[in-house]
Design a binder for this molecule. Sequence first.
Ligand code: SF4
Ligand code: SF4
Ligand code: FES
Length: 676
Amino acid sequence: MGSATTTTTTTTATIPVTVDGQTIEVKPGTTVLEAARMLKISIPTLCHHSAVEAYGACRVCMTEIEVRGKKRMVTACNFPIREPLAVFAESDATKRQRRGVLSMMLARWPNVPAIQTLAKRYGVQNPGYKHPLRNEAPDACILCGLCVKACSEMVWEDVIAFAGRGARRRVAMPFGKQSERCTGCGTCAYICPTGAIKVADEKNNPVDPARIRKYGFRLTKEMATLDDSQCKMRRVGTAHLVEIMDAYDLLPTHNYKFGKHAEIARISSPVWTSLVRQNVPDGCWVGCQMSCAKAVDDFVPRTGPYKGRKVLVDGPEYETVASCGSNIGVFEPHDIIELNFYCDTYGIDTISFGTACAFAMECYEAGVLDKRKTGGLDLKFGNATAALELLHHMSRGEGFGVLVGQGIRQMKRIFAERFGGDPKFLHDIGMEAKGLEYSEYVSKESLAQQAGYAMAQKGPQHDEAWLIFMDMVNKQLPTFEKKAEALYYFPMWRTWFGLMGLCKLPWNDVEPEDNAKWPEPNKVPGHVEGYENFLSGMIGGDFKIQDILKMSERVYNFQRVFAIRMGHGRREDDRGPYRAMGPVTAEEYESRAERYDGQLKELVKVDPAGKSTAQKMALLRQYREEQYEGVLDAVYKRRGWTRNGTPTPETLKGLGIDYPWVVEVVKARMAEEGSA
Ligand code: SF4
Ligand code: SF4
Ligand code: FES
């Protein structure tokens, strides 16, 4: 293109294009094929697919265009429009070119249906001569290159490539052998227009592999085309969430006191993008191309048994950045990675460690602990060296590490009994429920997430219900009933992933382009459909979401009955610490006084003017705790449980799990709570 074209491109927002007499305005760079398709005018293709970059191999899309009075032939699939032009999609010259191409293809691959169809469309008969490379197979490779492009651009693997020349040109793996790098995703087989590639080894032995591959391809295509503009799982990983959480005041800092921090830039995604490597599929699920997990190569720890040696660190994920970073006041990426590494090495969960360490640090700063009690550790927020030392102590079962290693529930008891800590304060700031440490979101402004955490059967992780954006940011759950419905649907849906051993990331970390057009887009219906097809294709049948929810509901109710049988599963077990619901300290209240004062006025209908911080905190707390009880009531009702959180015999019967011993357990609990 000449400079005149460049000038047009930079000064014109859209460019007029005429295709067979119809005019349309297109963005610069739109291809001739795309412009024609916008006008519903068909141009034949063989080597083109919207999921990969066009490169013009087959030439069946040859089309006549006219630019500045001059006519010429171009490959429509990859010719970018930079200036006004006319397209003649079915002119004599266009047809002549396509016939010539198709005639040669038909001579070489006479029985490939995709070629036969196009040949028929252009009136091309089987040519009279015998092509020297004639291949009679209906599933012959026509060297279109789509599989090579797909493996490279969609799957990021580059396992297959063209090899050989002339008659020997073919698609092959390196050295003609099965490559270990092939994930078996089947993307190449799915995109192949002739069926030349067959997936030989269906490891899971599915009933209907084609049905599964169809939805797998759709997901792979979405990952390839939408992830960069949505979740950036492939290029950044989950760590891209850190700055988003900070922006919405959700990033736990200093034991969940606050939701953002002035030093956020030091632990934001550009830092992790520069440090992590290995943007390759994780291999946790055959064929998944999400590449969500990242790793740091050649990391050199400054402490512990691997001090000074190069190691590989798997991570960090965003919740590790929060738990081993902001929540303990650490903003040095190297220290976060080192804590991540040693947690993994010692088999300690980074979230549980970080949350427990944050609790100990707050106790230290509040005077519940001192150096004598911590064995010399100066556990101030931000002291990464002390945090690392604590982690090493935990791993060796030494000193103060023995106490922290028992988790927050035990620390609360021990700190009160042995160190004179105020049990109420310890309970308010100890971020655990059901004995498990909290995951890394500040849930103070989301009633639904507070319940999502504290009601989760196995403790406060958002594996069951991640409602914080839906509730707090998008305001999609304004009533108790809406929250209760979400706290019914999402835990059942997400429990099913665990039951099936499936990952939930392909459900909503990348959403279909048209997701907003579906009813209830927060459920990502297009992807729910994918899971329905996956299950049906894997084990046979035709499962729908209602069947899936029912499976989970049975297990979920069983889990509750087991908890009851073990002496748990009461309403009080479904309440979290107040730090998860609101400001425990004056420092927290005053840091967001405008927000809280506003809520007192609008929601509690109390004028905060003239009231002390302590008075305002008490009023806000009373309101929030009452709201929480309201959510518990609504959720229990929706789940068919009593006010104390016990599944009723009718609920068990409706689910088909009213076995005598199960009913006996719930009846005993109901008698105890007086609801029998
Ligand atoms: S199965 Fe997937 S990874 Fe293997 S060659 Fe095909 S596209 Fe590439
Ligand atoms: S195997 Fe299929 S997709 Fe790959 S080049 Fe041959 S015809 Fe095209
Ligand atoms: S479709 Fe355009 S060159 Fe193949």
